[in-house]
Design a protein around this ligand. Structure first.
Ligand code: NAD
Ligand code: UFG
Length: 339
């Protein structure tokens, strides 16, 4: 079966996608420098799938090496997850983001061009919609950016469009993720942020474990039903399956596309807290505090284009997202570092 290279495949979304690809009959190969992941994930993937995980350890910025990996594994398609993703850090260290995210994408695309592989799925983000004019957000909504991280996603989308003009045989799927949460139901792999989590779900799971005293709810005066921010949370396993669907379309129909991967349903911070308490039977104490700078009120996807073009839609509920996030965190209180 077709070999698929997953740059950043040891990370949160990449590791879940690895499993879905294997289940769909592809041969996934991980390429990762472990800058934001732990090699123990490879043993966990083996435990889940019953097969040793194939991993090439190195940097996507190393173009000749990536080309050699593409050739040696006879790679038929690439999913490009590798990159840095912390919005706040990108404001403090913009050059790190431009170097790793833009430089990484240029390096990978050059290696692919040299190796004669033009099939690419790219991890974009709802962040490319900036502060949306209206919800649900469809793919033709105006794009903008509010921080260097978002800027890198926007520029990479444009780089891919330019490459498709120059190389008409390239097939590219741009996947704009909304808010990935949850974990594989085995409880063996999941999100493992280093330091204080920036994102809501990992913060909640650490509060529920007693590792942090309370959640800070950023803003309770938004124009939303309960005043807290609304987002489109999507189970990471649904997201992973979306990548398989996109790759199938690229490989079988040769058609390029840009789609949202979301559920189409928004949930407020307080709804997530309540759903998590119900799923874990643990209290999640919280304090209402002022808005976080840069946050917007209400973000959720119009998921119809993905349904139409990929034949894919998210099926897992918020309750499942919370239950799976809790299983992962409660069994691995210090993430992969317990391994
Ligand atoms: P992650 O940090 O868990 O995974 C990224 C992986 O890339 C890590 O394993 C890291 O070690 C690796 N990596 C980073 N730079 C590298 C380099 N130069 N060479 C080789 N490997 C490198 O992040 P994730 O949550 O799995 O996100 C994956 C992708 O999805 C990212 O591009 C991210 O921007 C995008 N995305 C994530 C979210 C989210 O909320 N998690 C939302 C929208 C988009
Ligand atoms: N929130 C809290 N307390 C926290 C953390 C978050 O109240 O401790 C709130 C936020 O204010 C927001 C919601 O929970 O209303 C979700 O916040 P996250 O930080 O989990 O997610 P964001 O929507 O801010 O951003 C995430 C990624 C971005 C990505 C975006 C869209 O961090 O990189 O989703 O994909 F661009």
């Amino acid at each position: 079966m077709t070999s698929i290279l997953l740059t950043g495949g040891a990370g949160y979304i990449g590791s879940h996608t690895y499993i879905s690809l294997l289940e769909a009959g592809y041969t996934p190969v991980i390429l990762d420098n472990f800058a934001n992941s732990h090699p123990a994930v490879l043993e966990r993937l083996q435990a889940i799938t019953g097969r040793p995980a194939v991993c090439e350890r190195g940097d996507v910025l190393d173009t000749p090496w990536v080309e050699e990996v593409l050739r040696r594994h006879r790679i038929g398609g690439v999913v490009h997850f590798a990159g840095d993703k912390a919005v706040g850090e990108s404001v403090a260290k913009p050059l790190k983001y431009y170097r790793n995210n833009l430089g990484g994408a240029v390096s990978l695309m050059q290696a692919m061009e040299n190796a004669g592989c033009g099939t690419l799925v790219f991890s974009s983000s709802a962040t490319v919609y900036g502060d949306p004019q209206s919800v649900p957000i469809a793919e033709d909504a105006a794009r903008s950016h509010t921080n260097p991280y978002g800027h890198t996603k926007l520029v990479i989308e444009d780089m891919l469009a330019a490459q498709r003009v120059a190389q008409p045989d390239w097939k590219v799927a741009v996947l704009r993720y909304f808010n990935p949460v949850g974990a594989h139901p085995s409880g063996l792999i999941g999100e493992d942020p280093s330091g204080i989590p920036n994102n809501l779900m990992p913060f909640i799971t650490q509060v529920a474990l007693g590792q942090r005293p309370h959640l800070q709810v950023f803003g309770s005066d938004y124009p939303t039903p309960d005043g807290t921010g609304v987002r489109d949370y999507i189970h990471v396993c649904d997201l992973a399956e979306g990548h398989v669907a996109a790759l199938k379309v690229l490989l079988e129909s040769g058609r390029s596309l840009s789609v949202n991967l979301g559920t189409g349903q928004g949930h407020s911070v307080l709804e997530v807290v309540r759903a998590f308490e119900a799923a874990s039977s643990r209290p999640v104490p919280f304090q209402l505090v002022p808005r976080r700078p840069g946050d917007v009120a209400n973000v959720y996807a119009d998921p119809r284009l993905a349904q139409e073009l990929l034949g894919w839609r998210a099926t897992r509920t918020l309750a499942q997202m919370c239950a799976d996030a809790w299983r992962w965190q409660s069994r691995n209180p210090t993430g992969y570092r317990t391994a």
